[in-house]
Write a protein that binds this ligand. Sequence first.
Ligand code: FAD
Length: 420
Amino acid sequence: MSIQPDVIVIGAGPAGATASSILAMQGRKVLCYDKSKFPRYHIGESLIPYTWFTLNRIGMLPKLKDAPFTKKYSICFVSQSGKQSQPFFFDSHFDHPATQTWQVLRSEFDGMMRDNAKEKGAEIRHDYTVQRLLVENDRVVGVAGLDDKGQPFEQRAAMVIDASGRDAIAVNQFGWRMKDAPLDRFAIWSYWKGAVRDPGRAGGATTVAYIPDKGWFWYIPLAGDIMSVGVVAKKDYLFRETQDLSEIYHREIKENVWLQEHLAPATQCDEVRITNEYSYRSKHCAMDGLVVAGDAFNFLDPVFSSGMFFALWSGELAADAVHEALGKKDTSAAAFTAYGKRYCKGIEAMRRLVYAFYDPEVNFGHFIRQHPDLSADLTDCIIGHVEKDLTKMFAAFKEFATIPDELEYGGPLIAMKSPK
Ligand SMILES: Cc1cc2nc3c(=O)[nH]c(=O)nc-3n(C[C@H](O)[C@H](O)[C@H](O)COP(=O)(O)OP(=O)(O)OC[C@H]3O[C@@H](n4cnc5c(N)ncnc54)[C@H](O)[C@@H]3O)c2cc1C
C-alpha cells in the first residue's frame, strides 16, 4: 500500500474480511495482515440464517449461490434415547431468503471472503504475523510482527481492528481473557466420505446428537459427499481411559447407535483433530485506537453454530463504528461503547441458550409443548435473531433450570487520564 492505511485489520478470517470489506466500501484505506497463506484449514462449517444480512451487505450472496456448498434449510436433533427428531425447517418459522443458508468448506469460504475484501479495495498481506500491538500513552498506534520473509515490520494507523481469532492478540497482550468455566469442553473431530444423508432438503441439516448426560456430536454434511463429525464433552469424560485421540473418537462413535448406523457405509478420510480452551470472553472490546471482533473477542461453545454469525456480525458492527469514529476524528475507547453493548447483548442471548442446552432439566421439545407462546423466541435465538427481547423465554427457563445472569464485562477500556 503506497498510502498510509486508515485502519489495520489483524486476521483475514470471517470477522477480519467482513470488517475489511465494509471499511473499503466506505472509502477507507484498509491494510489486513494474516499469518497464514490461503487456502488454509479451519473448523466452523455450519452457517445459521442470520448470517444472511451481513453476507448480503458485503455482496457475498451471489458468490455463495454459485459455490458448490451444501444448502442448509434445517436442523435436527437425536435424543438421548437415539431417536431422530423431524428436521426443523427454518422457513416454517420465518418467510425470508435467509432461511436457506450453507454448510461451507472453510478453506474455500474464507478464500472467497478474502477475495471479496480485495475486490472492494482492501489490501491483504498473507504470511505476515502480528506479534504485538504498539502502544503509546495508553493508545494502540499500530502493530509489530514478522513479514513474509521473516523480517520484523512495524505499521501504524489511526485504528487497529483485532480479528485474529482464537489467537486473540489483544486479549493475550493485555490479560483480558475471562473464562466461562462451566462451558469448558473439548471437541474432537474428523471427516467421513459416504455417510448416510437424509433425502431432499433435509439432507443439508446440521444434526446434533446427544450423548446422555455427557455432551453431543455434530453431524454436518459438506459438499463432495463429505461429512464433518465431531464430539464435544468434558475432558475427564473423553480422556477417562486413554490419551489417544483416534481411540477416544472411535470409542465415542461406537457407543452411539445413531452414529454407528449413519457412518456404517462411510470411510474416514482425514486425521482426527482436537481443540480445547473452549468458551471465553474478553474483559474489554476496545481501548483508544483498538477494537476487537469475532473469536478474538469471544468464543462460545459451538452447539448452535453461532461462531460464524458472531464473527460476521461483529466484523460489520466494528467496521461501522470505526468508520464513524474516523469521521468524527475521535478514535478513543469511548467511541466503541455502543458497539460493545450491542455485541455483548447478542452474545449473552446465545450464551444463556447454550447453558440451557447443557442443563439436565432442559428438554427443548418439552419446553415448547409447555410454552407454545415461546416457541418463536426459541427459534429466533437459534437462527441468530439475538437482538430480539428474549426476557420472557429466559424467565421461563429459569423456573426449572440454572441460567446465568448477563455478564457485566465487555465494554471498552476507558483510560483514566491524569489531569494536565
Ligand atoms: C470445534 C469447533 C466447531 C465449530 N463449529 C462451528 C459451526 O459449525 N458454525 C459456526 O458458525 N462456527 C463454528 N465454530 C466457530 C468458528 O470456527 C469461529 O467462530 C469463526 O471461525 C470465527 O471467525 P474469526 O474471523 O473471528 O476467526 P478465525 O476464523 O479464526 O480467523 C482469524 C484469522 O486471523 C489470522 N491470525 C491469527 N493470528 C494472527 C496473527 N498473529 N497475525 C496475523 N494473522 C493472524 C488467522 O490465520 C485467521 O485467518 C466452531 C469452532 C470450533 C472450535
